[in-house]
Design a protein around this ligand. Structure first.
Ligand code: AMP
Length: 221
């Protein structure tokens, strides 16, 4: 299974990608996570990306394309779920080239549909675990951590992303809407797009994703 998850920031791509990767054995490739990790380590990619990420803008295509191409060159994931990439038409074209070189086909592109106002409400209350292998997220009202400010799973101190401020979220939504109108027709033309309502509880949305993918969970026998 080789998937791309599309949807506005805060639509649950990260949460669903994590679940899909754990339960279906897919590699979870999240460019936002890779960039935040590069920023926190102060690598050359991180230094280039930081001002864009901080202000809710897209990191230039060539930087992100190279990050992804390098990831595929390094260990050629055969089964994966892309979370937050591609985000522009130029990225989709570059990703196709990478996949072609590796003789890999996409299985489907899942689009999570969530209303803009719901996104703002979700994201400004979002707290995340910054630990790279963990990436758990919490919501101060709907899914608070058991101990305030600490990740339930690994005990790391939770952070609020610097791009989760209301004005930055609105900027990110604008960027999303501008790009998705080009990206969707590109994948629709190939019959790859499956739409899923991204509102409701996490497990229900996950089940709907499995349904549109025609996937039965669990071992085959
Ligand atoms: P995310 O965690 O997916 O919401 O991404 C957080 C931020 O990282 C975005 O607002 C962008 O600044 C940057 N970013 C992540 N993925 C991409 C991408 N495919 N293209 C450009 N910028 C990206």
């Amino acid at each position: 299974m080789r998937l791309i998850l599309l949807g506005p920031p805060g639509s649950g791509k990260g949460t669903q990608a994590k679940r899909l990767s754990e339960r279906l054995g897919l590699e979870h490739i999240g460019t936002g996570d890779i960039l935040r990790d590069a920023i926190s380590r102060g690598t050359p990619v991180g230094l280039k990306a930081h001002p864009y990420v901080r202000d809710g803008l897209l990191v230039p295509d060539d930087v992100v394309n190279e990050v992804v191409a390098e990831r595929f060159r390094a260990d050629r994931p055969e089964r994966f779920v892309m979370d937050g990439y591609p985000r522009t038409l130029a990225q989709a074209v570059s990703f196709d080239q990478v996949l072609r070189q590796e003789f890999l086909d996409l299985s489907a592109v899942v689009l999570l549909l969530v209303d803009d106002e719901e996104i703002v409400r979700r994201v400004v209350n979002r707290w995340s675990c910054p630990k790279l292998g963990c990436k758990a997220t919490y919501h101060t009202l709907e899914k608070p951590p058991k101990a305030a400010g600490v990740c339930d799973l690994c005990g790391t101190k939770l952070i609020q992303r610097e791009d989760d401020k209301p004005e930055t979220v609105r900027a990110r939504l604008q960027v999303y809407h501008r790009n998705i109108v080009q990206l969707l027709p590109y994948y629709r033309a190939r019959g790859l797009v499956r739409e899923v309502c991204g509102e409701g509880d996490i497990e229900t949305i996950y089940r709907k994703i499995l349904q549109v993918l025609n996937v039965q969970e669990g071992p085959p026998c």
